[in-house]
Design a protein around this ligand. Structure first.
Ligand code: NAD
Length: 360
């Protein structure tokens, strides 16, 4: 089979880590008799420099012509200070989510045995294990609601952002979460702020209806402030967490942090058509061009791409076990090394990519 993959290398470390992911895909292709045809799609700060806008015309069409999109990261301190949305890299991220209808963001956070020392939680908490998946609604809520600024008579300027959710939006993300839980440990926690927000009260009503359709999945609901606390206190209690856009944004970064390895966390943004895959972290401008970025999140994003976009679970598992083997052998990039890591075990971006290819 021949698969078309859109590559958005982006800014900062994006091009460096995407290069390693491409090496891994080519190795998978050779082993399993597939070919991957890559189409470069420019987006983000590099597009502002080249054509004057972060989301060039035709970006979504180029992506839709492919089977899946692999994204590095976009953004950096060089851009984003303008009030013109075209001049901000984040505009490109929001636009592509909207144009491709990427309503479901899957952010796994798992503590790998070889990385247990990197977990900032108490040893006994870490030992219980962390393997949770945050399913974040990605195209609704306050990030996409109406934004306004207006003068008030006595309080100066006021700003407002509208947070709205429809039954349809809640139901489709809820279904994703329940279906995903069936492939995992069959537990869903729905997170909201129903004691305060009307949109959360509707969220809860729809989730209740859905839960009745999935009696084999253990369901519970939780306020977002409690969930933030529970993720630190006892993350082993969670399997799938489903929540709205802004809560998911915050909780998924928290969950990433407790695994102690931001450079290793992949993510998927799914639609029923073309989906997008890439690291949870950003473009890491502080280390761009130094050749020290950890490529594992990008490589593990390839595993998610194979699973969710191309239905290649076997090939994805092959990549995941190659990454586990490299880590078990003690190889580290700088960000995941600790004081006990021997200097000759610390690799750069390309040498880490080579190790994974060798393990494959
Ligand atoms: P960041 O995630 O880029 O970096 C946070 C810290 O983690 C930095 O110290 C960085 O060096 C480190 N880090 C991240 N990825 C790493 C890797 N693969 N290997 C080693 N270390 C790694 O967060 P930030 O600095 O807040 O954001 C930088 C830019 O990225 C901003 O412009 C932001 O808007 C953008 N961003 C883009 C995306 C995306 O494109 N999907 C996501 C988040 C942030």
């Amino acid at each position: 089979m021949n698969y078309k993959i859109a590559l958005i290398r982006g800014d900062g470390i994006g091009p460096e880590v995407v290069g390693e992911a491409v090496k891994v895909m080519e190795t998978v292709g050779t082993k399993f008799g597939h070919s991957f045809e890559f189409t470069d799609v420019m987006m983000g700060g590099c597009a502002i420099d080249a054509v004057g806008k972060s989301y060039p015309d035709g970006t979504a069409e180029k992506c839709r012509a492919c089977d899946a999109v692999l994204l590095g990261a976009v953004g950096g301190p060089k851009w984003g200070h303008s009030s013109d949305p075209d001049q901000r890299p984040e505009t490109a991220l929001l636009s592509i989510r909207k144009d491709l209808g990427l309503y479901a963001n899957l952010r796994p956070a798992a503590l790998r045995p070889a990385m247990a020392g990197a977990c900032p939680l108490k040893k006994e908490t870490a030992e219980k294990g962390i393997d949770l998946m945050i399913v974040r609604e990605l195209t609704g809520g306050v990030y996409f609601g109406k934004r306004e600024r207006y003068e008030t008579a006595d309080r100066g300027i006021e700003a407002a952002d509208r947070m709205a959710y429809s039954e349809m939006e809640i139901e489709r993300i809820g279904r994703r979460a329940f279906e995903l839980a069936r492939m995992r440990s069959k537990k869903v926690a729905s997170v909201d702020k129903a004691n305060v927000l009307e949109s959360s009260r509707l969220w809860r009503e729809v989730m209740h209806r859905l839960a009745a359709e999935y009696p084999d999945v253990e369901y519970r609901e939780m306020f977002v402030d409690n969930c933030a606390m529970q993720i630190c206190k006892d993350p082993a209690q969670f399997d799938v967490i489903v929540t709205e856009n802004m809560f998911g944004d915050i909780l998924s970064d928290e969950a990433a942090q407790i695994t102690g390895s931001l450079g290793m966390l992949a993510s998927a943004s799914l639609d029923d058509g073309v989906s997008l895959f890439g690291p949870s972290a950003g473009s890491a401008p502080d280390i761009a061009g130094l050749g020290v970025a950890n490529p594992l999140a990008q490589i593990l994003s390839v595993a998610m791409l194979l699973t969710y976009a191309l239905d290649m679970g076997e090939q994805a598992a092959w990549i995941e076990s190659a990454v586990a083997r490299v880590l078990d052998e003690g190889w580290r990039t700088r960000d995941i090394a600790d004081v006990n890591t021997p200097a000759d075990k610390i690799l750069g971006t390309t040498t880490m990519g080579d190790k994974v290819v060798a393990a494959l």
